[in-house]
Design a protein. Structure first.
Length: 73
């Protein structure tokens, strides 16, 4: 029966010098970390609707008018 890719990798790892094993571990952990970070990226649309209760009962046009009026001092 043929060895699995995992078993082959373990055997190849064990054949390396301790220095090369450490180097390989750092390389692999960096790649895994990078993959995890990229998979955790969020979509801006997930924020849709957050804080909407703050704006309940506020007339948007009136709010904008007041904001613009405050710019002039």
């Amino acid at each position: 029966m043929a060895a699995s890719p995992y078993e082959t990798a373990v055997r190849a790892f064990e054949a390396l010098s301790p220095k090369d094993q450490a180097k390989l571990l750092m390389e692999i952990s960096g790649r895994v970390r990078s993959r995890e970070l990229s998979s955790k990226q969020r979509n801006i649309l997930e924020l849709q609707g957050l804080g909407k209760e703050v704006w309940e009962g506020v007339d948007a046009q009136e709010y904008v008018r007041n904001e613009r009026a405050s710019w002039d001092g």
